[in-house]
Design a protein around this ligand. Structure first.
Ligand code: DAH
Length: 349
């Protein structure tokens, strides 16, 4: 009778190995473990076994029954797992689109600005973001207590003051690089493009506490306003397009004399301020403000160790965010979205 048990075990293993789906497994279970099944069939034959072998026969059948149940459970699990996997491999589904990284639009703008200036011989430099008050103000003709300093609200670093250079600040503008560059080069010509992070404690729809500026500085013998205007025109046409124009509007900055605000003609109305007798919705006046510029003040040249009798120079300092948004004709309600890391915004550039 032992042979019958072994055969049943063998047959079961063989049949189980051919099973490929959850639905098939139920029939093999009934076939072996059901009330009318093969294992119970052998239990019923116990009467035919010699009395002295019945105990061992019964034990062997119980082992077989347990083994069959365990193997069926294992098979069930295995099939359930692979069917689960198969459900995900639906070859008719459209492919998954993985998000691709790209350079931030401001990084692209910075690269473009620096390459435009590098083409005409300007050297890209970078100066400390954590800066002395001296280079941010005094060296730029804004002595302590001067009201012009109020325009540059500043983050101060909690560190001992230096007798010569004053307090430590987060650089509020790239102009702080002007006299640093003069000290570095010592003898003009100087053609600097300084693009850097700047910091001011402002937080609203048009200000972020950290932002970017780019500062141009050109010093040599005989440099005058026409060089400034020519360079601005070159930049405006390279960056915004050949049809765009620039103009200088008188203004005041402590570190330049004379000083200007630079405007560029609006891309929608081409400087007219109106389209079909309607006020242009983008600029209202025909012009858009780019930022400040001017002829370097003699006191700034002096602070940079440059002979102001012999040399003259011009400078400008503009916000990268502003210049970029004007290029893209972006009417952003809240410029802080530039720093939000929101992929839906960023992937448009
Ligand atoms: N530093 C000024 C600011 O942050 C911008 C500026 C104006 C820079 C005129 C210049 C300049 O170099 O000539 O608002």
């Amino acid at each position: 009778m032992d042979e019958a048990i072994k055969k049943l075990h063998h047959d079961f293993i063989d049949q189980l190995s051919h099973i490929k789906s959850l639905s098939q497994i139920e029939s093999i279970r009934i076939d072996y473990l059901g009330r009318q099944g093969k294992i119970n069939g052998l239990f019923k034959k116990i009467n035919e076994v010699p009395v002295n072998q019945r105990k061992i026969y019964g034990q062997n059948l119980n082992v077989l029954k347990k083994d069959v149940s365990r193997l069926i459970e294992d098979k069930l699990k295995e099939l359930a797992e692979s069917e689960e996997k198969e459900r995900y491999v639906d070859t008719t589904l459209p492919g998954k689109k993985y998000q691709k990284g790209s350079l931030h639009p401001l990084t692209l703008a910075i690269e473009e600005v620096s390459s435009i200036f590098e083409k005409i011989g300007f050297i890209r430099v970078s100066y400390p973001e954590v800066e002395w008050e001296h280079f941010s103000f005094e060296a730029l003709n804004m002595p302590k207590g001067h009201p012009a300093r109020d325009d540059f609200e500043t983050f101060f670093i909690d560190q001992a003051e230096d007798d010569k250079y004053g307090k430590v600040v987060l650089s509020p503008h790239t102009s702080s690089g002007q006299t640093r560059e003069m000290h570095r080069v010592k003898t003009p010509p100087i053609k600097m493009i300084n693009i850097a992070k700047c910091y001011r404690p402002n937080w609203d729809v048009s200000h972020a506490p950290m932002f970017f500026q780019f500062e141009g500085l050109c010093i040599d013998k005989g440099i005058n306003i026409t060089h400034l205007k020519g360079t601005i025109d070159y930049f405006v046409k390279e960056f915004y397009g050949q049809e765009r124009q620039s103009r200088l509007r008188p203004f005041h900055f402590q570190f330049t004399e004379p000083s200007f605000e630079v405007d560029i003609s609006c891309s929608l109305c081409h400087g007219k301020g109106e389209i079909k007798k309607q006020k242009c919705r983008m600029c209202k006046s025909g012009w858009l403000e780019l930022g400040g510029a001017g002829m370097v003040h003699p006191n700034v040249l002096k602070a940079g160790g440059i002979d102001h009798q012999e040399y003259t120079g011009w400078a400008f300092g503009w916000g990268v965010e502003r210049v970029f948004m004007m290029k893209e004709n972006l009417n952003i309600e809240d410029m802080r979205i530039l720093y939000s890391g929101d992929i839906r915004f960023l992937e448009q550039f």
